[in-house]
Design a binder for this molecule. Structure first.
Ligand SMILES: [Mn+2]
Length: 378
C-alpha cells in the first residue's frame, strides 16, 4: 500500500496539463516548493524549468539540494556550483541570475512563473540587464487549480497520512493523565509522526486544555491538565509530502450542561455539512448548512472561521468552503469540514474531518477517528 510510486509519466502528465492551460506562454519556471514537488517529485531544487517544446529539467545548487533532487525526481537535474576564488572574483550563481541567463540565451519572451512578484521582478530586471525583453506572468494560481484535483495515487498517500495520524492519536490520548502539559502531549504527537514513517507534522500540533481552546491556533504551553478540562487536539502527520488535518474536542472528566450543549451543536453542524459533500455542490452550501444549525442554537456569533479548506501538499490550499462561494466541488477535491464555537474565557469546541469528494458523494479519510465527548469513552 505504501509502496505506491508517483512516476515520471504522472509528472509529465501534470506538466502537459499545465502547459495546455498556458497557451500564451513559451517557458514556465516553478520555484514554490510544493508546486515543484507536485510537478517533479522534489522540492529540493532551486527551480523547475519547463520549455514549451523540450523536456522539463530542474536546476539545483551543488551541496544544497542537488543530490536530493537527483534522488527524488525522475527529471533531469542541472547542477549549478558557485565559483568563489582566492582572487576575490566570484559568481554565486544565484537562482534569478541563472534563470535570466537561460532566458536570454534561448531568446524566450513569454514566461510564466509561480512564487512571489519579487522574484519575477528580479528575473525581469536581470534579463533587461543582459539586453533582453520579457513578459513574466504569474502562473501560481493555475498550478494550484491543477493541484486541487487529486488522482488515485495522491489519495492513497493521503489515506496513509491520515491513518498514521489516527494511530498516533489512539496511542497517546488514552494515556492522558492529570498534570500532563500541553507541550508534553503535542511533542509526543510530533515524535510519533516521524517514528511511524511520516515526514513530520503538517503544521505545529495544537493541544489545548481548558479555556486555552478558545485560541483556534493555540501554541501549546506548560499548562497542566486538570479534571473536567476541555481538551482540543488539532493534528496531522505529513506523509510523502501530503498533509493530513483533523480535530477532536472532549472533556477530561464529566461535561457540564453548557459543554454538552455546545459540543452537540458543533457535532450536528459538522455532520449535516458533511452530508452535503458531493460533486457539483457549491463550496458555500455546506458552510451555510452548518451556520443554520449553529444559528438555531444561538451560537452563530461564535463560529468565526470558514467551514474548511483544501488539503494536499499544503495543509491549507484551495478551495475555501465558505458561505457565498459559487465555486463547485469537483470529484477528487480533498477538503476539511471543521465548524467550531469559541467563547472568550470559556473555551472552544471544534470537530474536523478530511474528506475526498467522490462520484457517489465522499470518502472520509478520517473515518476511523471516533467522536466522543467524554475522555472515558475513547
Ligand atoms: Mn484544518
Amino acid at each position: 500500500m505504501s509502496n505506491i510510486e508517483i512516476e515520471k509519466g504522472d509528472y509529465l502528465k501534470r506538466i502537459t496539463l499545465l502547459m495546455e492551460s498556458c497557451k500564451e506562454i513559451d517557458l514556465i519556471v516553478v520555484t514554490e516548493p510544493e508546486d515543484m514537488r507536485y510537478l517533479s517529485g522534489t522540492k529540493n531544487a532551486s527551480a523547475l524549468v519547463i520549455p514549451r517544446d523540450q523536456e522539463p529539467f530542474l536546476i539545483a545548487r551543488y551541496a544544497f539540494g542537488d543530490a536530493l533532487a537527483e534522488e527524488e525526481s525522475p527529471l533531469e537535474v542541472v547542477v549549478v556550483k558557485p565559483e568563489i576564488e582566492l582572487s576575490g572574483r566570484k559568481d554565486l550563481k544565484r537562482t534569478h541570475e541563472v534563470l535570466a541567463k537561460l532566458i536570454s540565451e534561448r531568446k524566450i519572451r513569454r514566461i510564466g512563473m509561480d512564487g512571489s512578484e519579487n522574484l519575477r521582478a528580479r528575473v525581469r530586471r536581470r534579463v533587461e540587464k543582459l539586453g533582453g525583453m520579457v513578459s513574466i506572468k504569474s502562473v501560481g494560481k493555475r498550478i494550484l487549480d491543477l493541484r486541487k484535483i487529486k488522482d488515485e495515487k495522491e489519495i492513497e498517500i493521503m489515506r496513509r497520512s491520515a491513518e498514521i495520524s489516527i494511530e498516533v492519536f489512539y496511542d497517546i490520548i488514552p494515556e492522558l493523565r492529570e498534570g500532563m502539559t500541553e507541550i508534553e502531549v503535542a511533542s509526543r504527537f510530533e515524535y510519533e509522526f516521524r517514528l511511524r514513517g511520516g515526514d513530520g507534522s503538517s503544521f505545529p500540533t495544537i493541544v489545548c486544555f481548558g479555556d486555552n481552546s478558545f485560541n483556534a491556533h493555540h501554541v501549546p504551553r506548560p499548562r497542566k491538565l486538570r479534571i473536567d478540562d476541555l481538551v482540543l487536539v488539532d493534528f496531522g502527520a505529513k506523509f510523502r509530502g501530503y498533509a493530513s488535518d483533523m480535530t477532536r474536542t472532549f472533556v477530561f472528566g464529566e461535561p457540564n450542561s453548557k459543554v454538552e450543549e455546545i459540543w452537540k451543536a458543533v457535532f450536528k453542524a459538522q455532520k449535516s455539512a458533511m452530508e452535503k459533500i458531493r460533486p457539483g455542490v457549491s463550496c458555500g452550501f455546506p458552510d451555510e448548512v452548518a451556520r443554520r444549525i449553529l444559528n438555531e442554537k444561538g451560537l452563530l456569533d461564535y463560529y468565526v472561521h470558514t467551514l474548511g479548506h483544501g488539503v494536499g501538499l499544503n495543509v491549507h490550499e484551495p478551495p475555501r468552503l465558505i458561505i457565498g462561494s459559487k465555486e463547485r466541488l469537483v470529484e477528487g477535491y480533498v477538503v476539511t469540514i471543521e465548524p467550531g464555537v469559541y467563547m472568550k474565557e470559556w473555551g472552544g469546541v471544534r470537530i474536523e474531518d478530511t474528506v475526498v469528494v467522490r462520484g457517489e458523494g465522499k470518502e472520509i479519510l478520517t473515518e476511523k477517528l471516533d467522536k466522543f465527548i467524554r475522555f472515558k469513552d475513547i
